[in-house]
Each structure stands twice: as structure tokens, then as C-alpha cells.
Write a protein that binds this ligand. Structure first.
Ligand code: PLP
Length: 407
């Protein structure tokens, strides 16, 4: 994408014009959440102004219209992920809720004392803690795939962890700290050779990488709307019908039932069995709008442009004495985690903020990974397609000032 196209895109994101402490905002915290284009905000506004009525049960016009839009959003998500059936898409609050749903419900029927769950060393807390909780509840063992010095998963090590007791493998597609794009197709193939299902945490992948769950043959794939230019509080779980049909409901309430008596309740079919209560039908339609927006630009165009930003940003940062980039995988998305000498990442983040630059510092909700690297945390700059090389230049200039001040 050329400069003119990027300027055109930036005009869709009014927040990028904000001044922070009288400085131009440079928003490099896209790994935490992305900004929203006007079309997404307008979809939410329009939903509440013109389309608001509780869905699925109403006979009146507004309820039916809102139901149609919500169900059309499910189809949009299914198409976006390359799912075969729209019923295999469950709306959730996001990645975290989707993983909790699988850990609880899959764990309930498929795991017994002594069984094993495999995750990796680079998981976000939301792909560690739900499995740990399951392990505590049921007496299971958590196994962890290790990585090499570049921050790439050790596939040989992964193979040694699989055995007849392994019930599920749950790995991130893209690391939110290292930017590593994991070979999930290979991981799934290896696990499937032993009939072990795989959940892929796609929170950091879907905004940057073309995903097709059918080609990947993923058993579960999860993501959050807010990390792909959609609203907060909505995300999705893709699950193969064969698993979802065997799993019990995650929560009980309205919508997920077929009949209720005080003696017995029968459950609704997919996907409703897993969607207890009033869903975020405004959020789902706004998420669908965000996915259409991303597809209009084209994931391959986005990936190519963000790769340019990654290469340029890495080169420019390496000009700084004492710069240490954490995560140098060959396959990497547009995330740069770094440390400079012994300066604490928090101090760098605080001073960059005063210059209008939003980066994230700390353990990035991946404390075991940070501990395994023996570092206090990192400064993380994560780029989106609305960022520019000029912003990177200003960021590097600001960082040089900050480092001089703190050295
Ligand atoms: N997984 C990864 C790799 C993430 O980066 C994040 C958020 O940063 C999550 C899961 C959790 O996402 P959410 O908080 O939207 O549920």
C-alpha cells in the first residue's frame, strides 16, 4: 500500500488525529487493542438508534430485523474464518471467554484424572489459566512446549510431549510478546496423527494473517473483535461440529434451552446451546462490519504493508546502542518487543507517553514467558496498517531522547 492509500485509510480512524499532551498521537499499542474505523462506530450507533430490540424471540419487526443482522454477522464470521458451517461459530465476549468455554466444557467430558494438556511457553495468561483451573479441578497435568533462542517453538520438543494421555493441544497462532507466527498447520497435523484435537488462539493472528480453519483443520479457533478493529466485548469461537455436539453447555439460561420443566431441561441445538442469555447483537453486527472493512483492504495487502513496517522499525531501532530485540523469529508479525541496556521498560513507556507515544510495557499477560527469558518485561511496539514509517521515525527519535535521559 502506498502513502496515499495509507492516508486514505487513516482518515477512517478519527482518533489518530488526537493530540496527547499537545503532541501528535502515535498509537503503537495495537496488540492490546486496535482503533475503530468510522464504519464500525456508525454501525454501533445505527444499531442502537434504529435497530434495537432483543433478538430471536420477538414477533415484531425490530426484533426480527435485529435477529437477521445478528445471524448474518455469524455467517460473516464463518466466511471470514473459512468455516464450513455457520453453526460452528459461537459468539463469545472474546478470546478469553472462548478458551474458558472450551476448557470447561471439553474438559468436562473428555478429561479424566492423570490426562494431559499441552500448551506452549509463549501463551497469554488466557491460554494458560483456564487449562490450569481444569487441571486443578480434574487432576490433570499441564505440559509446556519450549522454544529456541529466536522465540520459535521447538517442534521436536512438542512431539515428545504427545502421548496417549494427551487430551488437547492449545497454542497461540501468533505470540503477543515475540510476534512469532507459529506453524499451527504443522502442529495440528502432528497432533492429529495421534487423534489429539488442537485449539488455536488466534487473538493476535486474525488481524495480520489469512486464516482458514478448514484448511488448517483446526478443531477450535478463537479470536477477539477488539483486536481486529471491532468493538470490545465480542469475539468468536469456531469449533468443529463433531466436538461442539459432544460438549455440554457452558452456561445455563435463556436461549440455550429447548424445553424447561422443573424436572428436566433439554438443550438447544448449535450454536445456541453455547449462547446463554441475550447476546451482544449490536456488537456482533459491528464485528461483522470490521471484518468487511479488513477484507476490503485485503489481508494480504495488510500483511505485506505491516511486514514493511516491521522490517523498517527493526532496522531503525537497531541504531540505538544497547538495543535488544526480544523475539527474532523468521516468521514474525508486526510486533517488536525490546529492552535497552538495563533500563526498566516501565520507565521508557512512561517517558514515551509524555511524548504522545502509546506503547505497552511489562509482561504483556505472558508472565511465564517473560520469567523464562529472565527479563523484567519488555517495551512493546505493535503496528497496524494505519501506522506509517514517519511515525516510526518519530518514535525512534523520541526513544533516543528517552534513552539519553535514562542512561
Ligand atoms: N491471547 C492472546 C495471544 C492475546 O494477545 C490476548 C490479548 O492480548 C488474549 C489471548 C486475550 O484476549 P481478550 O482479552 O480479548 O480475551
Amino acid at each position: 500500500m502506498n502513502t496515499e492509500e495509507i492516508q486514505h485509510i487513516r482518515a477512517d480512524f478519527p482518533i489518530l488525529e488526537e493530540k496527547i499532551y499537545n503532541k501528535d498521537l502515535i498509537y503503537f499499542d495495537n496488540g492490546a487493542t486496535t482503533q475503530k474505523p468510522c464504519c464500525v462506530v456508525e454501525k454501533i450507533e445505527n444499531g442502537y438508534y434504529h435497530l434495537n430490540a432483543n433478538i430471536h424471540r420477538g414477533v415484531h419487526f425490530l426484533s426480527q430485523k435485529a435477529t437477521e443482522e445478528h445471524e448474518a454477522a455469524r455467517t460473516t464470521v464463518a466466511d471470514f474464518l473459512g468455516a464450513k458451517k455457520r453453526e460452528e461459530i459461537i459468539f463469545t465476549r472474546g478470546t478469553t471467554e472462548a478458551i474458558n468455554l472450551v476448557a470447561t466444557s471439553f474438559g468436562e467430558v473428555f478429561c479424566e484424572k492423570g490426562d494431559e494438556i499441552v500448551i506452549s511457553v509463549m501463551e497469554h495468561h488466557s491460554n494458560i489459566v483456564p487449562w490450569q483451573m481444569l487441571c486443578e479441578r480434574k487432576g490433570l497435568v499441564l505440559r509446556v512446549i519450549q522454544m529456541n533462542d529466536k522465540g520459535e517453538l521447538d517442534i521436536q520438543n512438542f512431539k515428545t510431549l504427545l502421548n496417549p494421555k494427551t487430551r488437547i493441544v492449545s497454542v497461540t497462532h501468533v505470540s503477543n510478546v515475540l510476534g512469532t507466527v507459529n506453524p499451527v498447520a504443522e502442529i495440528i497435523k502432528i497432533a492429529h496423527e495421534q487423534n489429539i484435537p488442537v485449539l488455536v488462539d488466534g487473538a493476535q493472528a486474525v488481524p495480520h494473517v489469512k486464516v482458514n480453519v478448514t484448511e488448517l483443520d483446526a478443531d477450535f479457533y478463537v479470536f477477539s473483535g477488539h483486536k481486529i478493529y471491532g468493538p470490545t466485548g465480542i469475539g468468536a469461537l469456531y469449533g468443529k461440529e463433531k466436538w461442539l455436539n459432544q460438549m455440554p453447555p457452558y452456561q445455563g439460561g435463556g436461549e440455550m434451552i429447548q424445553t424447561v420443566t422443573f424436572e428436566k431441561t433439554t438443550y438447544n441445538e448449535l450454536p445456541f446451546k453455547f449462547e446463554a442469555g441475550t447476546p451482544d447483537y449490536i456488537g456482533s453486527t459491528a464485528l461483522a462490519e470490521a471484518l468487511r472493512y479488513v477484507e476490503k483492504i485485503g489481508i494480504s495487502n495488510i500483511a505485506a504493508y505491516e511486514h514493511e513496517l516491521l522490517v523498517y522499525g527493526t532496522q531503525r531501532l537497531m541504531e540505538i546502542d544497547g538495543m535488544r530485540i526480544i523475539g527474532t523469529a523468521t516468521e514474525k508479525s508486526s510486533v517488536i518487543s525490546f529492552l535497552v541496556d538495563e533500563i526498566h521498560p516501565y520507565d521508557i513507556g512512561i517517558l514515551l507517553d509524555k511524548l504522545g507515544i502509546a506503547v505497552r510495557t511489562g509482561h504483556h499477560c505472558a508472565q511465564p514467558l517473560i520469567d523464562s527469558l529472565g527479563i523484567p518485561g519488555t517495551v512493546r511496539a505493535s503496528f497496524a496498517f494505519y501506522n506509517t514509517k514517519e511515525e516510526i521515525d518519530n518514535f525512534v527519535a523520541a526513544l533516543k531522547r528517552v534513552v539519553t535521559m535514562l542512561s
